[in-house]
Ligand binder design. Structure first.
Ligand code: FAD
Length: 400
């Protein structure tokens, strides 16, 4: 029989293994993961797990019953596509089909490595190190007002910590949202008792705190860095698997890589989107749920005659829980798209629609999950939006 090896036992790797069985793969499946822990879900790490409201977030998957081999604590260090093996500390592992699902690794603040009291937040180990910091109600400085920074600041405030967030840009979520939208999120920090300092660069850092470009010194019992994540693809150097400039694996529309019988999915891979006319690198949970279904279909199909191949062209979706608000986003927008407001952005619940040539391409919903659900369907259909109705939050979103 044939063997599928999956490298990376996070959401995308585990979902690929499960989807392969669901779609009728009868050969061997072997899942290799660098972390020693039973495979787990990441979103709770900046929420319930951090606050000690949940012990862990292990996936509810019976690997043995599904006939999925699991080798944990095994970092894969290399790939030989000619010999069809991956390299591990305990020797080479042969594959017939390889799925790369190594996710992303957080970007470290230059000069912060090895400094005591400086944390990242990506793994269960990170969250477990941060739990006592929160429980001790230490003074905390968060570097970066992105999704992770905002969620961590929220949890730290809920735990009773003093929280200062420093951000290099002039607003939160600068990489994700336009200034006129993010402007309405700036006040969320103060509402929750956190201090947000924008336009601030960290110039020095030690165990007692950090210094900003303007000379300000901030004392901190702990510093949490959330300045982004990069595809974990360093181990592929020299393998012949093609990478993009952003270090993502260059997958095609069926999530195949440049190497034969090698696929890539989740946070480590980018793919061409016909829907949006651009290559997408998505670092969100839903992509690690949907992508694996396409990979499994193409792996199973590639072993049958005349299989046309399944195309992956999703409407990206994610959510974030921050400062007592439920924030959701579907689609993909560019600066050129037209903004349509729905409700008062300084109120408790509102949405923003992005239109391109009259069609809905993206939607951000704050405390309006209905808008998100309706909008997501309209985006999927490429529907034109009735703009006048759209601005009225009391009527459902509907196509023109
Ligand atoms: P990962 O989850 O990173 O899994 C990859 C796995 O591969 C890791 O376990 C890693 O150890 C392993 N690995 C890496 N290199 C190797 C190697 N060489 N050999 C073997 N194994 C290797 N998304 C949302 O949409 N909403 C949220 O609210 C949200 N909250 C989040 C909160 C936190 C704290 C974090 C970190 C992420 C959050 N995300 C959220 C993003 C979401 O969790 C990721 O998009 C998702 O985990 C991606 O899954 P993945 O399997 O591609 O990558």
């Amino acid at each position: 029989g044939q063997r599928v090896v999956i490298v990376g036992a996070g959401m995308a790797g585990v979902q690929t293994a499960v989807a392969l069985r669901e779609q009728g793969w009868t050969g061997e499946i072997l899942l290799l993961g660098a972390e020693p822990h039973q495979p787990y879900d990441r979103p709770p790490l900046s929420k319930a797990v951090l606050l000690g409201k949940a012990e862990g977030s292990a996936f509810d998957v019976d690997f043995a019953a599904l006939g999925i081999g699991l080798r944990l604590g095994v970092p894969v260090t290399g790939l030989d596509t000619d010999g069809r093996t991956v390299e591990t500390g305990s020797g080479p592992v042969p594959y017939d089909v390889l799925v790369i699902a190594t996710g992303a690794e957080p970007v470290a603040l230059p000069g912060s490595e090895g400094v005591p009291g400086v944390h990242l937040l990506r793994t269960l180990d990170d969250a477990e190190r941060l739990r006592p910091v929160l429980a001790a109600q230490q003074e905390i400085v968060v570097v970066g007002a992105g999704w992770i920074g905002a969620e961590f600041a929220t949890a730290a405030r809920e735990a009773g910590c003093t929280v200062t967030v420093v951000e290099a840009a002039d607003r939160p979520l600068a990489g994700a949202l336009p200034a006129e939208v993010a402007a309405h999120m700036t006040g969320w920090y103060a509402d929750y008792g956190a201090t947000l300092v924008t336009g601030a660069r960290v110039t020095a850092l030690d165990r007692h705190g950090l210094q900003l470009g303007d000379g300000t010194r901030l004392r901190a019992g702990a510093v949490v860095v959330g300045i982004g994540a990069r595809p974990a693809t360093g181990w592929l150097a020299g393998s012949g698997v093609e990478l993009a400039e952003d270090r993502s694996i260059l997958a095609d529309e069926g999530l195949r890589t440049s190497a034969h019988d090698v696929y890539a999915v989740g946070d480590c891979a980018s793919f061409p989107s016909a829907r949006y006319g651009t290559r997408l690198l998505v670092h969100h949970w839903d992509n690690a749920l949907q992508g694996p279904r396409t990979v499994a279909a193409n792996v199973v199909g590639s072993r049958t005659a005349h299989f046309p191949g399944q195309v992956y062209d999703p409407v990206p979706y994610f959510w974030s829980e921050q400062f007592g608000r439920f924030v959701q986003y579907a689609g993909h927008h560019s600066d050129a798209d037209e903004l349509v407001w729905r409700g008062d952005p300084d109120g408790a619940a509102w949405s923003v629609c992005w239109l391109r040539d009259g069609a809905l391409v993206a939607l951000l919903a704050v405390g309006r999950p209905r808008d998100l659900a309706q909008g997501r369907k309209l985006i999927e259909r490429g529907a034109r939006l009735d703009r006048t109705r759209a601005t009225d939050p009391s009527v459902p979103l509907k196509s023109a």
